[in-house]
Structure formats: C-alpha cells, structure tokens
Design a protein around this ligand. Structure first.
Ligand SMILES: Nc1ncnc2c1ncn2[C@@H]1O[C@H](COP(=O)(O)OP(=O)(O)OP(=O)(O)O)[C@@H](O)[C@H]1O
Ligand SMILES: O=P(O)(O)OC[C@H]1O[C@H](OP(=O)(O)OP(=O)(O)O)[C@H](O)[C@@H]1O
Ligand SMILES: O=C(O)c1cccnc1
Length: 488
C-alpha cells in the first residue's frame, strides 16, 4: 500500500540500461515512451483505465534511500560508486500525461505518456505498467459485473483470495471505480474512504449449539444492518426459518433486519424459495445476498433463471481476474533526441500488431454532436489541428485501412491530461466519488452495443493520416535499409 520508497520496484535491466547509458554518456538524452495495451481483456468491448493515483504517489516519492544504494552496491554488476551518487540525487523531473481514472479505453491508444531523460523514463517503466495493468484489469472485470447487475448492490469480497495485500486493497478501489458499492476490506475502506460491509461466516454459527441462538446473539450485538448466513446446515429447512424468527424478534424491538446470505447450493432456486418464505412472513424488506464464486456469467445466468437476489458478494473471480489474470500493457519508445532535436522512432516486428506507431500522440474521443455518442477515438500528433478544430475527418482502421468513414459535426474530446510537467505535479487528483461519476459519464457516451458482455461491437481507434503515413514511411525505410521483407 505504501507508495514511498519503491525505487527498487523495477526490473534489474532498467538499472543496468541506465548504468550503461551513464557509462556511455547518454543517460540524459531525452525520450518519449507511451504505455498502451494491444488486446482487450475478457473479450470485453472496452477497458476501464485505473492506476493513476498510485502512479502519481510513486513518482512523487521516487527516491533511492541509503538502504537501496547499499543494496545496489553489493550487486554483481559492480556499479561505479559515482553512479550510485547520481542515483542518490535522483528525482523524477519529466512530464507525464495520462487518461483520467475511470475513462473507457481501447487497444493501441496511448494511456500514459512519459517524457524525460532516458534515466527517468526507463526507471519507471516496470512500476508504471505494474500499477496500470493490474488496476485497469480489475476495474474492467468489475465493470463487466456491474453491467449485468446494474440495479443491484455489489460487494467486493475478494481479499482472502487476492494475489496478496496490495492486490486486495488496490483491487477493491478498482472495483469501486467501476460501480461496486462497498468492500469487505477495512484497510481499503480506511485508505480510500470506500464504504465497507460485512455479514458473518459459518464459524459464527458453528460455535453455538443451535443456529437460532447464533442468529439471535448476532442480531442482538449488531442489530443495525445485520445479515444472517443461512446455509450452514440446511438453507430452507433451518437457516431461513431461523432467520425469520430472528427478524421477528428484531421487529418486536422496532428494528428491521437487513438481509440473509446464501453461500451454496442452487442460488436461483434457493433465493426464489427464500424470497417466498420471507414475503409470506411479512418480511418483504429483508434483502437476499448471494455469494459463492460468482462472476458476471453466473450472475447473468442466475438472473435469467429468475433468481431473487438483491445483493451480490463477488470475491475470487473478480480480484484475481480469474478468466484472464493479466492485462498485457506495454511501454514503448516513440521519440528520441538526436543532435538536440526530437525525432520519431519505431519498433519493427514480424508480427504486424507489434509494430509501434512512431511519434508522441494524443487521443481524441470523437463525439457526435447529433446524438452525443462516441463515434471513434482518433490518435494524432499534438500539432495536428484538424480534429481539434472540428474539420471533416477521415477515420480509418490502421490495420485494415479500407475500413473507413468520414465524420463531421462532432466534438473532439482530448482524453489525456497533463499530470506532471518538469517533475511538478500539476493535476488535482479527483476524489474516488468524482472518479466514479466520471466513469459513469464515460459509459453514457457509448451505445450499448459497445458495452455488452458477449461479442460487443468493435469500437474503432483511428490513426490520423499524418501519423499513419509516418508509420508507413518508417516501415518502408527500415525495410529498405535492411533489404528484407516480412515473410508470410
Ligand atoms: N442456479 C445456478 N445456476 C448456475 N450457477 C449456479 C447456480 N447456483 C449456484 N451456481 C454457481 O455454481 C457454483 C457452485 O459451486 P459449488 O458446487 O462449489 O458450490 P456448492 O457445492 O453449492 O457450495 P460450496 O461452496 O459449499 O462447495 C458456484 O459458482 C455458484 O455461484
Ligand atoms: O466465493 P467468492 O466469490 O470468493 O466470495 C467470497 C467467499 O468467501 C467466503 O467463503 P470462503 O470461500 O472462505 O469459504 P466457503 O467456500 O466454504 O464458503 C464467503 O462465504 C464467500 O463464499
Ligand atoms: O462479509 C461477508 O459476508 C464476506 C466477506 C468476505 C468474504 N466472504 C464473505
């Protein structure tokens, strides 16, 4: 959780490259890197950008401590002590532009751009990708869950199964960004001011000689918002009847019991039966919580079966992004300094999807003035004015340029914001509730076809003509220089 002193939270090769640059006298050369992913996770139609708050904390606190330096001094590389002196005085003095957290984002568009010396841009790659990839992944998974249960309450229950503490806490925050209502993790609640909720475990029931005694004792201790877990022995024969008796006991004191929780068995059948039993007992205000290895697919299915579930506790599948445990975000150099001037640079690959788009680029979201909905994203160089001025635009798919369309009468929204300029933080970090609201505004910009869980429409991300031509020119130049062709 602590973002201070993460200078060594980097891959060794970054320090080694910086060292070799220092030996070579090139560590202060300016470069530009962009972070993006190539493929959407979970077959979803969009991703939800997250991780910026931690990136900001990391860059703000980025220092090598004496302990870090003596650790580096012991490495087999035998770094020159003068290099360690350089690290002692290191600060991030570069520029960082980034999407805001909660933004919808798409493949191959720069989400984060880092400009600075080779030393500072290279050092931060690993941590920056680590934060962005994980948090964006979990926010996207949570958004899928939210899409299928948008009217229900969603509780994040994943901590016990998360990939350790940081993942649990930052994952809880990512889920909240995408519309979860609360987390069971109190530390996440304390750090980020996320609402927290809790029911009780089977062990609470097991310690008593009877289930009814367990329920009554719990309800007496915590009458407000109490939720009783009804599946320890037999949900319909014992759990629900005992919960009803407990609710009646509370009613006699003028207190309304909040909910029961189902945690095993056929959740559709059990919730329908439990709902009937509660309603017949005059307890229609008692809600039903369900948990047990839920994800967006089981929730969608349970709803299709008519399950009467009001509140969903979602743990393992969400916090581990079980069906796709990593987002493949990358960090690629797009410009370099040469003889005092910045010039574009490209990485060529036999795999066309891995060929980078040279030059530093902005992302504009093209919104129809007619209906207020997003048409496509448009990636162009900072100096290009056509889209920003609302001029007629030719949009085309950079990989399949024959897929094209012209647009006019649109607004172009600039997606990246300046976060650090010359090492100085120039961005007011929004509150989590502002981030949630921004996320909701972002969703409202998209037709439902792009947001659906299964086989969503592909949202187009277009390169400007100029950016595309530069890329083609640099590919041609490379092929000319190396006198080779891509093999099929
Ligand atoms: N009606 C239903 N339709 C589809 N999936 C369901 C339905 N009811 C429950 N499920 C899901 O099926 C899976 C059942 O898993 P499993 O068989 O391990 O649970 P269980 O035996 O009922 O309980 P326990 O966790 O105690 O083993 C869970 O992921 C649960 O969410
Ligand atoms: O299923 P998840 O989505 O991860 O949600 C969290 C789970 O954690 C708790 O039980 P735990 O898994 O510890 O034990 P259980 O499987 O015996 O219920 C709770 O009862 C949920 O089932
Ligand atoms: O409060 C709960 O019911 C809860 C919390 C974490 C994991 N499973 C359940």
């Amino acid at each position: 959780m602590d973002s201070a002193n993460l200078a060594l939270h980097t891959d060794k090769y970054q320090i080694n490259m910086i060292y070799a640059h220092w030996i070579n006298g090139t560590h202060q050369r300016k470069v530009v890197f962009e972070a993006y992913f190539r493929k959407l996770p979970f077959g979803n139609g969009y991703a939800v950008f997250a991780g910026l708050e931690r990136i900001v904390a990391y860059l703000t606190n980025l220092r090598f401590t004496e302990k870090d330096l003596s650790y580096l001094a012991k490495q087999e590389e035998n770094y020159d002590p003068k290099f360690l002196e350089l690290l002692r005085n290191f600060r991030f003095n570069g520029n960082l532009h980034s999407l805001a957290e909660g933004a919808l984002c798409f493949p191959n568009e720069p989400l984060v751009r880092v400009e600075g010396t080779i030393m500072e841009t290279q050092l931060v790659e690993t941590a920056l990708l680590n934060f962005m990839n994980f948090q964006t992944l979990i926010a996207t998974k949570a958004s899928r869950v939210k899409r299928v249960a948008s009217q229900d309450v969603l509780l994040e229950f994943g901590t016990r199964r998360a990939q350790e503490a940081d993942a649990a806490v930052w994952g809880a925050r990512a889920a909240y960004i995408s519309g979860f209502d609360a987390t069971s993790n109190l530390l996440a609640g304390e750090i980020f001011d996320i609402p927290t909720k809790g029911t009780h475990a089977h062990s609470w029931v097991q310690i008593f000689d009877s289930e009814l005694e367990a329920f009554e004792t719990y309800a007496k201790a915590l009458p407000d918002g109490v939720s009783l877990l009804v599946d320890t022995f037999d949900t319909l024969e014992s759990g629900v009847p005992n919960a009803i008796k407990t609710a009646k006991m509370l009613e006699a004191q003028g207190i309304k019991m909040a909910s029961i929780r189902l945690d095993s068995g056929d959740l559709a059948y059990l919730s329908i039966q439990a709902r009937n039993m509660l309603d017949e007992a005059g307890l229609s205000y008692v809600k039903i919580v369900a948990s047990n290895d839920l994800d967006e697919n089981t929730i969608f299915n349970l709803k299709a079966q008519g399950a009467r579930i009001d509140i969903w506790g979602v743990g393992t599948q969400l916090i581990t992004a079980a069906d796709q445990p990593a987002l493949g975000g990358v960090y690629k150099m797009v410009e370099r300094e040469r003889e005092g001037k910045m010039e574009p640079t490209i990485k060529i690959s036999g795999n066309p999807e891995k060929v980078t788009s040279p030059g530093k680029k902005d992302v504009l979201r093209i919104i129809s003035k007619e209906n207020g909905k997003a048409i496509a994203d448009y990636i162009c160089f900072p100096h290009e004015q056509q889209a920003r001025n609302g001029g007629k635009l030719r949009l085309f798919d950079p990989v399949h340029p024959y897929i094209k369309k012209s647009v006019k009468d649109y607004e172009a929204i600039s997606m990246q914001r300046p976060i650090f300029i010359d090492g100085e933080l120039v961005y007011d970090l929004p509150t989590l509730d502002q981030i949630r609201a921004y996320h909701q505004e972002q969703l409202n910009l998209f037709w439902p076809e792009y947001l659906r869980k299964l086989n969503p429409e592909i949202y187009r991300v277009s390169l400007s003509q100029e950016a595309w031509e530069l890329k083609q020119k640099m590919i041609e130049e490379h092929l000319g220089q190396h006198d080779e062709e891509f093999s099929f």
